[in-house]
Design a binder for this molecule. Structure first.
Ligand SMILES: NC(=O)c1ccc[n+]([C@@H]2O[C@H](COP(=O)([O-])OP(=O)(O)OC[C@H]3O[C@@H](n4cnc5c(N)ncnc54)[C@H](O)[C@@H]3O)[C@@H](O)[C@H]2O)c1
Length: 258
């Protein structure tokens, strides 16, 4: 095979990829053959995640990105194009969690949650979608939602509302962009072993043993459980799947007993 007919790798951007679910997704997509852009608001963790992948021989770049800023999201896509020439996949995993009684939530807290979890997801989808259309179409987007898009959790009004919004955003973009062969799906994890979960547990806002008992499969999800679903949705095996939310939850949402 000559230099000129070596197929170019597909290119994926993963937001929030400095750690947790996003980092696992970036790793799985690199293993699937994607060149990966690690986008995170914290440049140091993005750099560290990228160095780990580069040390394993994968093509990787970083984009310091604040998903709540639409211009930052546009720059993220521009830097992916600069590094690798195109964008074929986007996974939106950047997120925050700040539980608190609804009576006490401040407007600033509410807006911050919406700006990162909901607005940020839209800004990234729009920036990547524009690039995919400009390339001639084709591509896939996976938005990380949560079981909280479907099941109400106390003290998480803004989080649950934002995630439910992301589920609907996913459906709207899927039907609008099907004409461009851009598939848009969501993955909704239940409680997953990440720093987000560990921090809430350390603050006494979450009891891992109690939560595990509520999950029919008896344990939290691993980040790899979630990344496996994303990897599938980004693959050609999922070529006719769009507008769906795949809940990876060990049976959490199905459970209706006591
Ligand atoms: N951990 C869980 O139990 C769980 C369950 C369901 C859904 N989720 C969702 O999965 C996603 C990832 O969660 P996680 O547990 O890996 O979290 P995490 O806190 O471990 O990682 C989140 C990453 O997002 C980055 N980030 C935060 N704000 C950002 C911003 N404005 N712009 C860009 N990057 C930003 C952080 O720097 C961090 O690296 C989130 O959307 C979260 O809501 C998590």
């Amino acid at each position: 095979m000559t230099e000129t007919n070596i197929p170019l790798a597909k290119v994926a951007i993963v937001t929030g990829a400095g750690q947790g679910i996003g980092k696992a997704v970036a790793t799985h997509l690199a293993e699937d053959g994607y060149a990966v852009v690690i986008a995170d608001i914290r440049e140091n963790v993005a750099r560290q995640a990228a160095d780990e992948l580069a040390a394993r021989g994968y093509r990787v770049a970083i984009a310091q990105t604040d998903v709540s800023d639409p211009q930052s999201c546009s720059r993220m896509v521009e830097s992916a194009v600069l590094a690798f020439g195109r964008v074929d996949a986007l996974v939106n995993s950047a997120g925050i969690s700040k539980p608190g009684p609804s009576l006490d939530v401040t407007p600033a807290d509410w807006q911050r949650m919406m700006n990162i979890q909901l607005n940020g997801t839209f800004y990234c989808c729009q920036a990547a979608g524009r690039q995919m259309v400009q390339q001639g179409g084709g591509g896939c987007i996976v938005n990380i939602t949560s079981v909280t898009a479907q099941a109400a959790f106390p003290q998480r009004a803004s989080y649950c509302t934002a995630k439910a919004g992301v589920d609907m955003l996913t459906k709207v973009l899927a039907i609008e962009w099907a004409q461009y062969k851009i598939r848009v799906n969501a993955v909704g994890p239940s409680h997953t072993e990440t720093d987000m979960t560990r921090t809430l547990a350390a603050q006494g806002l979450y009891d891992i043993a109690t939560v595990s008992k509520r999950i029919p499969m008896g344990r939290l999800a691993s980040v790899d459980d979630i990344a496996n679903g994303v990897s599938f949705l980004c693959s050609e095996k999922a070529g006719f799947i769009t507008g769906q939310a795949l809940y990876i939850d060990g049976g959490y949402l199905a459970y209706g007993y006591f």
